[in-house]
Design a protein around this ligand. Sequence first.
Ligand SMILES: Nc1ncnc2c1ncn2[C@@H]1O[C@H](COP(=O)(O)OP(=O)(O)OP(=O)(O)O)[C@@H](O)[C@H]1O
Ligand SMILES: [Mg+2]
Length: 151
Amino acid sequence: MSVQPLPPSSSVQLSAGQVLLDPVSIIKELIDNAIDAHAKSVFIEISSNTLDVIQVKDNGYGINPDDRGIVGQRFCTSKIRCFEDLAEVGGTTLGFRGEALNSLIQLAGRVELTTRIEGETAAVKMLLSKESGSGRSVSTSWYEIWLLIHV
Ligand SMILES: Nc1ncnc2c1ncn2[C@@H]1O[C@H](COP(=O)(O)OP(=O)(O)OP(=O)(O)O)[C@@H](O)[C@H]1O
Ligand SMILES: [Mg+2]
């Protein structure tokens, strides 16, 4: 399923007012996303002061090119389309609100997301920031791992 904005009626019902407060909650959300993307491996790098580097790489299915302009915007998710879909996804996904990446961008101010999907020859690095929203992309020759988030 592509990443789409939830209708306002559903986002109000689902909203956790989720705020990522500390490195543990950031890493937990990124691991949840990796597992939801069927990753077999997740690599976590965190600096000893827990501030300079938080980086999570996974080899799940990555983010589709069509979704790259919207990912990271609040209440945008590929996992449900409306509140009622919760009955279907129960137990099959660790997240569904479309809030975690946006909370991370709000907290960190700037997040680098590098992704490649199967069939793409090069990965794409995106700089997600509070000011620019999701968007600006640059190609990168990095191609071994399919999704990397650097906070
Ligand atoms: N590691 C990843 N691999 C592939 N797609 C991802 C990954 N992380 C995020 N995404 C895509 O970005 C979307 C937004 O992620 P985000 O964590 O903000 O929301 P969510 O997982 O849908 O819900 P929640 O806020 O409850 O975690 C996801 O729905 C998914 O489509
Ligand atoms: Mg998530």
